[in-house]
Each structure stands twice: as structure tokens, then as C-alpha cells.
Design a protein around this ligand. Structure first.
Ligand SMILES: NC(=O)c1ccc[n+]([C@@H]2O[C@H](COP(=O)([O-])OP(=O)(O)OC[C@H]3O[C@@H](n4cnc5c(N)ncnc54)[C@H](OP(=O)(O)O)[C@@H]3O)[C@@H](O)[C@H]2O)c1
Length: 322
């Protein structure tokens, strides 16, 4: 798999980033094998969070624990980069922010200790709190960087206005440290009104315009819409009520028709077409993908080498650009 440089940084990242939100202690052996496979395919960034594997705030950070064990025992551990996140709100009340310096410092220290690393390659604030000035939150991240605890930082689930402010503040700094934005985005358009968690932020038109103008790297999550199009087009029983609520809409019907036709014409799988569409956007995009099977990982790695024509992209757009 090809690796691309993030503009104005020294980081080369594989086209596909492996998500670890589905890692659990019960399936640890599978998760370990999947990371091995990802590394064998030249994948070099694992995306995790202090909150992954938890159902309650007091639960252990089990996804990071699994990654920590893999990093320790694998001969490929030293070349694998990690993005992790802190400041996730209390599970018991997602509207209650946890972004004080004390909260985030505690999360970061636990991540460093669990992963067995001195430095985190990319550290995201997992959520935003508009009542805290952007400058204060960036200042906190810069302090972590100065202390050598993180190399770069990112913002996850941040609105366009707040990201625009962050970019403007970053431009006043001599070295670039704001590396990427991680919001929800896929060819599968998400129904915002379906959100149970009000702090989730999905891509929209103003954000797409801003990232394009600023050539801002995006590492979108749920980049396959949790496999919605594959499930919809294959009419499988794994289509859940939750997926329907998230993704059933007119645009997705048109995009599904286009996918069906392109799949027939090209032989590419539905998921490959969805990922290729993201990878050919006019800003650097590194889709974060979750896998439950090794063949899904192979599919994604192949998508990284695909080239869709302009008219094929237009077909998938189905009248929209983002
Ligand atoms: N920053 C945030 O707030 C945030 C939020 C959510 C997630 N994330 C990150 O993003 C990662 C991915 O997110 P996600 O799991 O929500 O979404 P996703 O990557 O869109 O969906 C993953 C699911 O898609 C299906 N899939 C994967 N490859 C496939 C293929 N080749 N063919 C058909 N189906 C395929 C699988 O479903 P089945 O298992 O049903 O087969 C898989 O479990 C997470 O692991 C996490 O690292 C970040």
C-alpha cells in the first residue's frame, strides 16, 4: 500500500488507516492477527482512543491495551504509528465535556503508559467544547508537544467554524502541528438527525470547502458507513435498524444505483469503490476503516491502488460533491 506525506510535515501515512474501535479483549487474538496483516500490507497508522473498548467511563482502555501488547511483542511494532484520542465525555452524559487540562492530561498519560511509548504520533481531542476558546485548547496541545509527549495533533468531531479558527491560529505558528481532522465522512451520506450522540460531527459542504481550500488532511471515520452500501446492495440480514436510521435517504439510493452499475462495469467491490471515491477527493484523505474480517482488509488495501475516472467519480457523486 502506498504511503503519502501529510502536507508540511515529516509524516508518511499509508492510504488506509486501521480503526480499532471494535477491538475487545474477547477477540484479542483476531485483532493481533489483523494488525500483523495490516503491517504486512505496509499499513503504518493505527487509529485508537482512550475510550475504545469502554462502556462506562471507569472501564479499562482495552483497545489501547491490546495495541500496547502488540507493539511490545511484534517485530513490526517500532514502525507502526499511533493516533489516539483523549477528552471523550463521560459515557453517562455525553453532553458534559471533559476537556480541561487535568482531564486530557490524565487521558494522555494513561495512553502513553498503556501503549508503552514516550510520544504519541498524532493526538486528537476526541470532542470539542465550544465554551472553551479554541486558543486555549490548541495551547494545551502545544504544551503537550513541547513536553515531547505528542508529535502532532488533530481535532475530532469539530464544527467547521471552530476548525477554521484553529487553522487561522495555527498559521501564526512557525511549525505546523495541526495535522488532521477526524470527522464522520463517507460516500454514504449520514442522516445527522439520526445521531444519538449530539457531539458527533459529520462532513458537510462548508467543511468540505474549507478542507479543500486549506489542503487540510482528513482522516474520516465510519468511512465505509459501517458497510451500509455492501449490506444494502447484497440485501444481507446484517442490515440493522440502526444502519437504516443512519443511512436511509434519497441521495444514498442514487449513490447505491451508481455503485451497482460501476461494480458491474469494473468488477471492483462496493467497498473498494466507496474508499476510492474518498481517496480521490481534492484534499489529502486517509480513510479510517474498521475490519471484522481479513478479506475486508485486503479489499481496502487494493482500493488504495485504484484510479477512478472523472466520469466515474461524477457518477458516484450523484449530483453532490461531498
Ligand atoms: N473519532 C470518532 O469519534 C470516531 C467514531 C467512530 C469510529 N472512529 C474510528 O473509525 C474506525 C472505523 O469506524 P467504524 O467502524 O464506525 O466504521 P466503518 O469503517 O465505516 O465500518 C466498519 C465495518 O464496515 C464493514 N466492512 C469493512 N470492510 C468491508 C468490506 N471490504 N466489505 C464489506 N463490508 C466491510 C464491516 O462490517 P461487518 O463487521 O458488519 O462486516 C466493518 O465492521 C473505528 O474503528 C475508529 O478507529 C472514530
Amino acid at each position: 500500500m502506498r504511503q503519502w506525506m501529510i502536507p508540511d510535515t515529516d509524516l508518511f501515512i499509508s492510504s488506509i488507516v486501521m480503526g480499532t474501535g471494535n477491538f475487545s479483549v474477547e477477540t484479542e487474538a483476531d485483532a493481533m492477527r489483523r494488525i500483523d496483516h495490516f503491517a504486512d500490507c505496509d499499513g503504518n497508522l493505527l487509529d485508537t482512543a482512550n475510550s475504545y473498548g469502554k462502556l462506562r467511563t471507569s472501564d479499562p482502555n482495552s483497545a489501547e491495551q491490546i495495541i500496547g501488547r502488540w507493539l511490545k511483542q511484534s517485530s513490526q511494532g517500532s514502525s507502526m504509528m499511533i493516533s489516539t484520542k483523549g477528552g471523550f465525555p463521560p459515557f453517562e452524559d455525553l453532553t458534559n465535556s471533559r476537556l480541561t487540562v487535568d482531564d486530557v492530561t490524565a487521558d494522555l498519560e494513561l495512553s502513553l503508559q498503556t501503549l508503552g511509548r514516550d510520544t504519541i504520533d498524532i493526538y486528537y481531542l476526541h470532542r470539542d467544547d465550544p465554551s472553551i476558546p479554541v486558543a486555549d485548547l490548541l495551547g494545551m496541545l502545544r504544551d503537550f508537544r513541547q513536553q515531547g509527549k505528542i508529535r502532532y495533533y488533530g481535532l475530532s468531531n469539530w464544527s467547521t467554524d471552530r476548525v477554521a479558527e484553529a487553522i487561522a491560529l495555527e498559521k501564526k505558528q512557525v511549525d505546523k502541528a495541526l495535522l488532521a481532522i477526524q470527522n464522520r465522512w463517507s460516500l454514504v451520506r449520514y442522516n445527522d438527525r439520526a445521531a444519538i450522540d449530539p457531539t458527533v460531527v459529520a462532513m458537510d459542504w462548508p467543511a468540505w470547502e474549507l478542507f479543500k481550500k486549506e489542503n487540510m488532511a482528513v482522516m474520516p471515520y465510519s468511512s465505509l458507513g459501517k458497510g451500509y452500501f455492501s449490506k444494502y446492495l447484497q440485501n444481507t440480514c446484517s442490515m440493522t435498524e440502526k444502519l437504516r436510521r443512519y443511512y436511509e435517504n434519497d441521495l444514498n439510493k442514487h449513490r447505491a444505483d451508481a455503485l451497482k452499475q460501476l461494480h458491474k462495469e469494473t468488477g471492483y467491490s462496493i467497498s473498494q469503490l466507496v474508499l476510492a471515491w474518498l481517496l480521490q477527493q481534492p484534499m489529502p484523505v486517509f480513510p479510517v476503516v474498521g475490519f471484522s474480517k481479513n478479506e475486508q482488509l485486503r479489499d481496502a488495501v487494493e482500493a488504495a491502488g485504484m484510479n477512478l475516472s472523472f466520469s466515474q467519480i461524477e457518477m458516484l457523486n450523484a449530483g453532490e460533491t461531498w
